[in-house]
Design a protein around this ligand. Sequence first.
Ligand code: NAD
Length: 300
Amino acid sequence: MSTLSARPLRVRKAAVIGAGVMGAQIAGWLASLGIPCELLDLAVEGPDRSRLAREGVRRLGQMRPPALATASAAQRIRPGNVDDDLGRLRDVDLVIEAIVEDLGAKQALWARVEPYVAPHAVVASNTSGLSVAEQVAGRSEGFRRRFMGLHFFNPPRYLPLVEVIATADTDPERVEQVVEWLRRFLGKRPVLAKDTPNFIGNRVGIFALQVAFRAMQEWGLSVEEVDLVTGPVMGRPKSATFRTLDLVGLDTYLHVLRTGRSRTDDPDERALLQPPPVVEAMVRRGLLGEKAGAGFYRRS
Ligand code: NAD
């Protein structure tokens, strides 16, 4: 792909759907760079139907490391909900979806969103590894042409890697424009990835995490011991194995493991990607990691 001549995408206004761990942070990063951003989540019952999105914005102010580059950036984020506010998508240049890692939920969202998005806008999913093509299999050709995966890594303000996933239907010129925008405007290092389960980063990353679980069990190591040997001593700043899992969210980790298992016939790979029972038990108890206040560690 030639990138020398590509004009970067022009994003005067953006929308992020899903105000959780990733969506709120992506909105925060865009707002920090001066881009007004609609942030939509599920509608809740009661007078403040956009409470979930508001909570997402509030969390940004409390994050360490800071999720907002400037204190005033939060004012550029307008919280809303997907029942009442999809009309706000009409004048945005870029829509980024960051809802739950569930194919059916994403497909249902795209069916609802399609009528509202302007024909020029780029539409992207921040999925960790679900099929990008399958998400929009039922949508119009025009929608599929401007749809792609845009996989930011957590925390998105600090990690430069963004996987860009085009499908057979995605317009290559749009992909080029997005890549240039990520490079020049966001200062990211985009990498083109194929639409295969968990793409590149997570496909590789989950093996190390799963091996750490095995080692812990076989050698009777504690969470702290594993983090000690897989953290700063290996040149990783703070985010060792279990701290990373707390940051990611244990429910999301299970989804990523299931995606990996569902799309491989290799028995060794399937065995290695078996969800650790401890993680399944923690998710059942609501110990999802930082977003829930507790996971392997308690939020201090
Ligand atoms: P999360 O659970 O923190 O947040 C998901 C948010 O989406 C919640 O606020 C939920 O209320 C909302 N939501 C669910 N269904 C919705 C719908 N139909 N419409 C609108 N909002 C809806 O999840 P997350 O960790 O932010 O992950 C979001 C996406 O980003 C997933 O696809 C995940 O795989 C991907 N991702 C996560 C990470 C990570 O480190 N957590 C990193 C990269 C990519």
